[in-house]
Design a protein around this ligand. Structure first.
Ligand SMILES: *[C@@H]1O[C@H](CO)[C@@H](O)[C@H](O)[C@H]1NC(C)=O
Ligand SMILES: *[C@@H]1O[C@H](CO)[C@@H](O)[C@H](O)[C@H]1NC(C)=O
Ligand SMILES: *[C@@H]1O[C@H](CO)[C@@H](O)[C@H](O)[C@H]1NC(C)=O
Ligand SMILES: *[C@@H]1O[C@H](CO)[C@@H](O)[C@H](O)[C@H]1NC(C)=O
Ligand SMILES: *[C@@H]1O[C@H](CO)[C@@H](O)[C@H](O)[C@H]1NC(C)=O
Ligand SMILES: *[C@@H]1O[C@H](CO)[C@@H](O)[C@H](O)[C@H]1NC(C)=O
Ligand SMILES: *[C@@H]1O[C@H](CO)[C@@H](O)[C@H](O)[C@H]1NC(C)=O
Ligand SMILES: *[C@@H]1O[C@H](CO)[C@@H](O)[C@H](O)[C@H]1NC(C)=O
Ligand SMILES: *[C@@H]1O[C@H](CO)[C@@H](O)[C@H](O)[C@H]1NC(C)=O
Ligand SMILES: *[C@@H]1O[C@H](CO)[C@@H](O)[C@H](O)[C@H]1NC(C)=O
Ligand SMILES: *[C@@H]1O[C@H](CO)[C@@H](O)[C@H](O)[C@H]1NC(C)=O
Ligand SMILES: *[C@@H]1O[C@H](CO)[C@@H](O)[C@H](O)[C@H]1NC(C)=O
Length: 809
């Protein structure tokens, strides 16, 4: 339906003369753009589609509106069939919850006569014709009004090229008050709070700022400055203003009057706070050239910086220059970090899955270094963490491996946020912490980085202090409507249960089951870092890391499995009335467990698998319980868009289950981990618009697939990787900046299912454990050699992966 891999003649030629492989041609930027219902984004990846650089600030792409409000998901702006309301500069990628951003827009119009009202995007939004084209650094779509939009992005700026039908009207609308709405309403909608726009040089250039609040993370207001320019001056340019009648959940100060037409002004408009909507309209005469080009820079600091970014980053009016620069940067900084042969007989689908996955895990967070409006510490500044809860499970370990320089800066930024705001974020967007889903999972990220040896300019003394704050200090309750029972902004809102009771009680706290296992891992994370930095704290945090055991109902049986995490009341008794661990109700903030059932969370104790297996009745019972969750038809829970099409308890579409299919390793049955993870990957990940099982979560799902494809998987907060089975016979991974880890596989035949490990060599030495330590391969590189075959073989004979947090309360 949607064509990709088209390229302009110029670009194809310039690609040919590049000496390096152009991996960008294997990226399908539309994987995740659709859900299970054809034509709808619902249940899909919620991805951003458009022009962007790795970890770039600007993600320039179309904003759309989907008619079916109950099924509408416009979080990344793009939807397969939604009507276009604008092209805008800032987006998230892969997020659930309410949309955020979709700001600093332009909209190409060919008719502005009534019933068009520039203040009402439903009077001018446009259906699309034909197929969109999406490539790395390039996007093209054709509107029903005859305008084709092409665009590309640089780090803080974007370039748009509009081709209008000849001899008709040509307008570009800049509605400063535009943003991505939450079509279904709710308490996380965005609001436009005010701004300014000024025209310069008769409308050839325009600049100003806008301020918005709300969005998925219930953010505080943030301001974005902009500086736009057209290649050719318009024949007419006018500003306008009009009453803001948008619903505003927290600030509703306006009556629900019918929308009036805007009032046109001349050269500038300003508004706020909580005042009029403002914008500008640029018009070229019918006889002018059919092509209008524009470049726009954005900054969180000033108009001057926004103009500077525009001028420096996009120096030519040729769209191809920006596209070529983007491809070069993606190839150099991202795709070439994992090299596989691109020559036949290489399976092209697998190339697309690998390089597309790398692409999606580098769209967020955003590197806003130098662009922090809140303080100036000289430290790197990053935003758009969506969220530690999603990315700690494997994404950040992959950053550590292949992007150590960026990753070191991300961690410095997390610590700097603690330094100036009191807590590290779990989620952060629009310069504001929120929303916490489980534990304080930045702790897991820091511990994982620390035990794997990341140092550089990170002040670990302060890093550990930031973790201690999470572990010890109850955050202020901001009484979010999402969950008024404790803070969901940052920190651990249920410490008031966790510390005095030794567990999270189901009568005093929400998410008692899922948060108990998450806080336990968070405290294990502290113990790991404390070993070096505060030995006196180690035992305290190890003790707390075992507190998940306090909500283990040893005698509770369901489906012949005995022993589960279960709700326990503050008085110490378990509440097993009508308890079914395969259900979590809404599975939201107010539920017993968050976005996963207690059945699933009962597998989530990576730091003490030894005790967990014991609690589940020993290796045989543990194995049959693990087998059970992969059986089709076992799911009793309707996870809606979080588990579309998944009928097993095992839900690879959601992060709490990421490591579960690898748990056969702890029984020395690595072949079963290989079989289960392969089947999950083959069943749920595709080179197709519905190619990821649910929200990509800022690339978390995509990074799970990458680890699957390169043949190992991290155990978070430990310096350990579990050995899997690679999908390529030769992989060169650039680790630790400039070392090479070479993964080879002899006997691999994906079609013939010849992917069971027969033997493994690490740095030339036979390996008889199904795991290895980070330092063996990730610091100076090395070799990981697989011998593969069609037979599931018991090849590992030594000790199972470690349980460094082993402690029975
Ligand atoms: C919205 O989509 C759902 C699922 O396809 C469908 O059941 C419902 O009828 C649609 N509603 C409207 C108003 O089209
Ligand atoms: C410009 O084109 C539009 C649409 O074709 C037409 O309605 C309008 O009269 C034209 N205006 C002028 C000044 O030629
Ligand atoms: C149109 O824009 C306003 C914000 O200015 C927003 O509230 C509304 O939901 C938008 N409608 C669509 C269809 O995007
Ligand atoms: C726009 O400029 C014209 C001519 O200078 C002036 O007559 C008019 O009052 C101005 N309108 C506004 C809204 O400032
Ligand atoms: C990996 O690196 C080795 C050593 O430089 C080289 O011989 C091999 O061709 C490379 N393989 C790939 C897929 O790049
Ligand atoms: C490529 O691999 C995919 C699985 O990732 C498989 O479905 C497909 O059949 C393979 N194609 C070829 C040509 O081998
Ligand atoms: C790290 O932070 C600590 C505590 O604030 C401070 O005393 C120390 O000087 C810092 N170290 C460096 C290298 O900046
Ligand atoms: C015990 O669990 C039942 C069923 O989930 C629930 O209705 C009840 O309110 C709980 N009791 C307490 C004291 O929380
Ligand atoms: C850890 O738990 C053990 C056993 O309950 C207890 O004896 C010890 O005092 C605890 N240590 C700390 C530092 O809390
Ligand atoms: C759980 O079962 C064990 C062994 O069957 C028994 O000793 C213990 O008393 C039981 N505990 C409860 C709370 O029923
Ligand atoms: C539970 O185990 C018993 C005895 O092994 C068996 O007969 C029964 O079918 C099992 N029930 C379920 C639900 O698996
Ligand atoms: C390789 O990386 C190390 C560590 O980052 C650095 O010290 C060294 O200078 C680098 N070497 C080259 C050739 O880039």
């Amino acid at each position: 339906m949607i064509s990709i891999f088209q390229c302009t003649l110029l670009l194809c030629l310039s690609t040919l003369v590049l000496s390096q492989t152009d991996y960008s041609q294997y990226v399908n930027p539309l994987i995740g753009s659709e859900g299970p219902i054809e034509g709808l984004a619902f249940g899909g990846g919620d991805i951003f589609v458009g022009g962007a650089l790795p970890f770039g600030v600007v993600k320039v792409g179309i904003d759309t509106y989907e008619d079916n409000i109950t099924m509408s998901v416009i979080n990344g702006g793009y939807t397969p069939n939604g009507r276009v309301t604008a092209v805008s500069m800032l987006h998230e990628s892969g997020t659930g919850g309410a949309p955020k951003y979709g700001v600093i827009p332009q909209m190409a119009l060919t008719d502005i006569s009534p019933p068009v009202n520039l203040l009402d995007n439903t009077t001018y939004f446009q259906s699309r014709i034909g197929d969109d084209t999406a490539e790395v650094g390039y996007f093209k779509t054709q509107l029903e009004n005859g305008v084709s939009i092409e665009l590309s992005g640089a780090r803080h700026s974007g370039i748009m090229q509009y081709t209008y039908p000849p001899a008709g009207e040509k307008h570009v609308l800049v509605d400063v008050s535009h943003y991505l709405p939450s079509e279904g309403g709710g308490n996380s909608v965005q609001v436009f709070l005010g701004g300014e726009i000024r025209l310069e040089e008769d409308g050839k250039q325009y600049s100003g700022h806008g301020t918005w609040g709300g969005g998925w993370n219930e953010g505080a207001p943030f301001t974005v400055f902009f500086c736009g320019e057209f290649e050719n001056p318009p024949d007419q340019a006018r500003t306008f203003r009009g009453r803001n009648t948008d619903p505003m959940i927290r600030y509703h100060t306006f009556s629900n009057e019918p929308l009036q037409q805007p009032v046109f002004g001349n050269n500038s408009e300003s508004s706020g706070m909580l005042n009029d909507r403002i914008g500008a309209l640029f018009t070229w005469s019918n006889s002018s050239s059919g092509t209008v080009k524009s470049r726009v820079g954005v900054s969180f600091i000033s108009v001057e910086k926004a103009c500077h970014f525009k001028n420096e980053e996009i120096q030519s009016w040729s769209l191809d220059d920006t596209i070529a620069a983007a491809r070069k940067e993606w190839n150099r900084d991202v795709f070439s970090k994992i090299k596989v042969s691109t020559k036949p007989p290489q399976n092209r689908t697998n190339l697309v899955l690998l390089y597309s996955s790398l692409y999606f895990m580098h769209l967020m967070p955003s590197d806003r270094t130098g662009e922090n409006p809140l303080w100036d510490s000289g430290e790197p500044s990053w935003d758009d963490f969506y969220t530690a809860w999603d990315i700690f499970r494997c994404t950040t370990t992959l950053y550590h491996m292949i992007q150590p320089a960026y990753y070191e800066e991300m961690i410095r930024s997390l610590i700097d946020i603690w330094r100036f705001e009191g807590y590290m974020p779990d989620g952060r967007s629009g310069n504001y912490n929120g929303l916490v889903q489980g534990g304080s999972d930045a702790d897991n990220i820091l511990a994982d980085a620390y035990v794997r040896g990341l140092r550089g300019k990170i002040n670990w003394t302060e890093g550990y202090q930031a973790m201690v704050k999470d572990a010890e200090v109850q955050p202020y309750n901001t009484f979010s409507l999402t969950d008024p029972s404790g803070s969901v902004k940052e920190g651990r809102g249920a410490l008031n249960d966790w510390i005095p009771l030794g567990y999270i009680s189901s009568d005093r706290s929400t998410r008692a089951v899922s948060r108990s296992v998450e806080y336990a891992l968070n405290d294990f994370a502290l113990a790991q870092v404390a070993k070096d930095l505060a030995p006196e704290d180690v035992q305290k945090y190890l003790n707390r890391s075992a507190q998940w055991q306090n909500i283990w109902a040893h005698n509770f049986t369901t489906l012949n499995f005995t022993g589960f995490l279960a709700p326990r009341l503050a008085d110490g008794t378990f509440n097993l009335t009508d308890y079914n661990p395969a259900l979590c109700g809404e599975c939201e903030w107010s539920s017993i467990s968050y976005e996963g059932t207690p059945f699933e969370y009962s597998f989530n104790v990576p730091h003490d698998m030894e005790t967990l297996i014991d609690f589940m009745g020993g290796p045989t019972d543990f194995e049959s319980r693990l087998d059970y969750i992969f059986k089709p038809g076992t799911s009793q829970q309707d996870l809606r868009e979080n588990g579309a099409g998944i009928t097993t308890i095992m839900n690879i579409g959601n992060e709490p289950d990421f490591a579960t299919p690898y748990e056969y390793h702890y029984l020395n049955k690595q072949a079963k981990s290989v079989r289960q993870t392969r089947q999950l990957a083959n069943q749920y990940f595709h080179d197709a618009p519905y190619g990821v099982p649910g929200n990509s979560d800022a690339g978390a799902l995509n990074s799970w697939l990458i680890f699957q494809m390169i043949g190992f998987y991290p155990v978070v907060t430990q310096n350990v990787f579990l050995i899997g089975s690679p999908w390529f016979d030769d992989i060169n991974i650039t680790v630790n900046g400039n070392a090479t880890l070479r993964v080879t596989a002899n006997g691999l035949d994906n079609e013939a299912e010849s992917y069971y490990v027969q033997s493994v060599k690490i740095n030339g030495e036979a390996c008889d454990k199904n795991w290895f330590e980070h330092d063996q391969l990730m610091n100076t590189g090395g070799t990981l050699e697989f011998e593969l075959g069609t037979e599931a073989k018991l090849w590992e004979t030594r000790e199972v992966p470690p349980s460094p947090g082993h402690l029975v309360l």
